[in-house]
Design a protein around this ligand. Structure first.
Ligand code: PSV
Ligand code: MN
Length: 431
């Protein structure tokens, strides 16, 4: 018997009762936007075209180094994780791509997994390698680093793992490899900074050499953690220098949680766009560090300002501009499916709000050094409630007008609990 999924008819039925209100809100917003010379139909189309990938590690409950509190009916293997990812997409119509993590979600049979995903309407995006943990029976240890380790045998092991990720990704139809290393040091003097970076570039060259022609390589930087004194790829500048060394298919990836508190992430984004090395994003939100909270939950204005830079590049057709969006969050106290749906919609919201910026007015304000007018131009776009645009796009694509309400009404978790008995539940990653 086929596993439970939320049927299109159920979504349509649930939408029926909300549609009259949505149509009224849509009509009112259309009228307001037309006063600003904005065509709501074009924005609905842009919302419908927006995509954000979900992480395979995000559908299990996350945790901290203190504890993890699993929720009901957690997925126990990668097939069940794909089912949950597909559910996020069924309701939001925003997330047909899955970003896979190896080895947490290494498939035994990549062909079977690819076919299973296709049946559920999803596919595989960037593959993430993991050289930040030792695996059972691993011949060498990453305790003192991986791609930058002083011992060539450890570096070779880490390079080979990344190449294995590429091979698995190829079998799954993926087209990119994301590399984040935990390498760094905890004490002054522990690591020779320049030598460690040289070893990194040398290792990455070997990975890059194994990259298929139509693939991209993403380098993710992170300011600190797990190394608490220095991190080899700690900022966008180091990331930029490395991807530049590697070649034209290597790009920087910006994880929003990987900067020092108070960092101006939007100018980082602008710099990478300018030098044609912005590959994509890991979206999340944070208050103190790499908290991995839900995208848009704490600092929606920052998210908007990042998208303002992105939309500016899009409308100005900056050469080489083609970033991909992925969520990278840890869901510790919410239902992971609900968090992923809401976060994907928050990214889409920021994207559409950024499309509402009056770019002529902003350019004029900037040219005349009118700081107040510039600020107002951005705030006017940010303050516009674009919810009817997002909901209408979802509805037209067969998704839910209110995804969280439909998810709850479907009783997905209690149905899945029957298919996924708790005694056999597997662990999810602590991210
Ligand atoms: C590291 O903090 C990170 O952001 C990297 O993207 C990892 O792949 C992911 O989290 C999961 O640990
Ligand atoms: Mn990340």
């Amino acid at each position: 018997m086929a596993n439970f999924s939320i049927a299109g008819e159920f979504i349509a039925e649930q939408n029926d009762s909300l549609l009259p209100e949505l149509e009224a809100d849509h009509e009112y917003l259309a009228m307001k936007l037309s006063r600003r010379g904005v065509d709501i139909g074009r924005l609905i189309q842009r919302a419908a075209d927006f995509r954000v990938a979900v992480p395979s590690w995000g559908v299990g409950t996350g945790g901290t180094r203190f504890a993890r509190f699993p929720g009901p009916a957690e997925p126990r293997n990668i097939f069940e994780k794909v089912e949950d990812c597909a559910t996020v997409n069924d309701l939001t119509r925003l997330t047909p791509d899955i970003s896979l993590h190896i080895p947490w979600d290494r498939p035994d049979d990549a062909g079977a997994l690819k076919a299973f995903a296709a049946e559920l309407g999803v596919r595989f995006d960037a593959v993430n390698s993991n050289t930040f943990q030792d695996q059972p029976d691993q011949a060498v240890s990453y305790k003192f680093g991986s791609l930058t380790h002083t011992d060539p045998a450890v570096r070779t092991h880490a390079v080979d793992h990344n190449i294995e990720c590429i091979r698995i990704g190829q079998a799954l139809g993926a087209r990119a490899l994301s590399v984040w290393i935990a390498d760094g040091s905890n004490f002054p003097g522990q690591q020779h900074f320049r030598s460690a970076l040289s070893r990194y570039v040398e290792s990455m060259r070997q990975i890059y050499a194994a990259l298929p022609e139509d693939w991209r390589l993403y380098v993710e930087h992170k300011v600190y953690e797990p190394a608490f004194y220095s991190t080899v790829i700690f900022d966008w500048g180091t990331s930029y220098l490395c991807v530049n060394e590697l070649g034209e298919r290597a790009y920087s990836l910006v994880d929003l949680g990987h900067h020092a508190p108070g960092a101006n992430i939007e100018i980082v984004v602008a710099r990478l766009i300018q030098f044609q090395k912005l590959g994509g994003f890991h979206l999340n939100d944070s208050k103190y560090g790499d908290d991995d909270l839900d995208a848009g939950s704490l600092q929606p204005y920052q998210l908007f300002l990042v998208f303002n830079e992105l939309v500016d590049a899009e409308v100005n057709q900056v050469p080489g501009f083609d970033p991909v969006y992925m969520l990278d969050q840890s869901h510790n106290v919410t239902d992971p499916i609900e968090s992923l749906m809401v976060s994907a919609m928050e990214a889409q919201r920021a994207y559409i709000q950024a499309h509402l910026v009056d770019r002529d007015a902003l350019a004029e304000a900037q040219a005349s050094n009118d700081a107040m007018a510039a600020r107002i131009a951005l705030k006017e776009a940010f303050r516009t409630d674009v919810s009817p645009i997002l909901a209408m796009a979802r509805h037209r694509m067969g998704g839910a007008i209110d995804p969280v309400a439909v998810f709850r009404a479907s009783r997905y978790r209690s149905k899945k609990a029957l298919e996924r008995p708790e005694e056999a539940a597997g662990g999810a990653g602590i991210v």
